[in-house]
Write a protein that binds this ligand. Structure first.
Ligand SMILES: NC(=O)c1ccc[n+]([C@@H]2O[C@H](COP(=O)([O-])OP(=O)(O)OC[C@H]3O[C@@H](n4cnc5c(N)ncnc54)[C@H](OP(=O)(O)O)[C@@H]3O)[C@@H](O)[C@H]2O)c1
Length: 285
């Protein structure tokens, strides 16, 4: 069985809420979806709150089956209002796959990624950060990139990130933040708001571990109060309800998961009291 056939089969048997790929495509064509947006503080340009991560998920050879499956993911992503795609030369084949598929779909100039001018370039994991930031500043002044920033995926790096956020003018930071990794809300997220820095959230599902943690738990009825109908939407809505967050970038290579995740950026969001209730539920044994 190919990955695409497996994805179709899983999609078809997962119950009423998740639909097989073709039905999703038809639905996406007709549906008017109001994805929530947030402004990039340094310019006011608005971005949809749910983007797409590509680490591992897009690190594959573009065989005909992979090409079709990932093409479905990207096409749905765009049709459902997604624009921000995160990739890196450190993600194996992912950057190449995204480049090739977005050109084939004719969406490369419409997404927040890279075309003739790169939208956002960030120093990956603070590697040689001062040298790289100097280069990015030069490229920004030459008009080669539109925004610059820094990334990390571990709370252990937040002290260093904080120093850079205080001493440098950044457009973006990308950090880990989720119901199981909440450290960013102590200092980094308030600081980003204070300094006018946009925040992209990586590892929104803790790399997938949040699904394992909640496997034995039913989604609570009260999740419907903020238009939430799956655990993925629960995890994403908790993140984007923090007003310091500009967008979250969950990774998937499955069309039905993509559609699920995009719904995490639609409808009502939990308030502070509800967010606390969500923390307690996920933290409880
Ligand atoms: N700059 C950095 O230092 C850095 C570091 C880490 C991550 N990142 C970026 O952030 C992105 C996201 O982080 P991540 O990939 O580590 O982890 P993540 O997005 O927190 O979790 C991805 C996992 O969740 C699963 N998943 C996705 N949607 C799902 C759904 N609706 N239902 C059930 N399972 C679902 C995926 O499996 P399926 O594929 O089966 O859906 C995958 O196993 C990365 O891809 C990358 O672009 C950047």
């Amino acid at each position: 069985m190919t990955r695409r056939e497996a994805a179709r089969l899983i999609g078809a048997t997962a119950g009423g809420m998740l639909l097989p790929v073709d039905a999703l495509r038809a639905q996406a064509k007709t549906e008017s979806v109001a994805m929530l947006t947030r402004a990039i503080p340094s310019t006011g340009e608005k971005l949809p709150v749910i983007g797409l991560g590509t680490w591992q998920a897009f690190d594959v050879d573009l065989t005909p089956d992979n090409r079709r499956q990932l093409g479905d993911v990207l096409s749905l992503f765009f049709k459902l209002g997604g624009r921000v795609i995160d990739t890196s030369p450190m993600y194996g084949h992912a950057e190449e796959a995204i480049g090739e598929l977005t050109v084939a779909l004719g969406i490369q100039d419409k997404i927040f990624l890279r075309a003739k001018k790169i939208d956002l370039m960030q120093v990956h994991n603070l590697v040689d950060v001062q040298t790289q930031l100097a280069t990015l500043r030069e490229w920004k002044s030459q008009g080669r990139i539109r925004y610059l920033g820094i990334t990390h995926y571990e709370a252990g790096a937040f002290v260093d990130m904080e120093k850079i956020m205080r001493s440098e003018k950044l457009d973006f930071v990308q950090i880990n933040y989720s119901l199981m990794e909440r450290e960013a809300e102590e200092r980094l997220l308030p600081l980003a708001q204070e300094r006018g820095v946009a925040v992209i959230v990586n590892r929104p599902f803790g790399g997938g571990d949040l699904f394992s943690r909640t496997r034995a738990k039913p989604l609570p009825d009260w999740a419907a109060e903020f238009d939430c109908h799956s655990w993925a939407q629960f995890f994403l809505k908790w993140i984007v309800a923090n007003s310091a967050v500009t967008c979250a970038i969950p990774a998937t290579n499955k069309p039905r998961h993509l559609e699920d995740n995009m719904r995490g950026g639609i409808g009502r969001l939990p308030d502070a009291k509800m967010r606390q209730r969500m923390v307690e539920l996920v933290s409880s044994p």
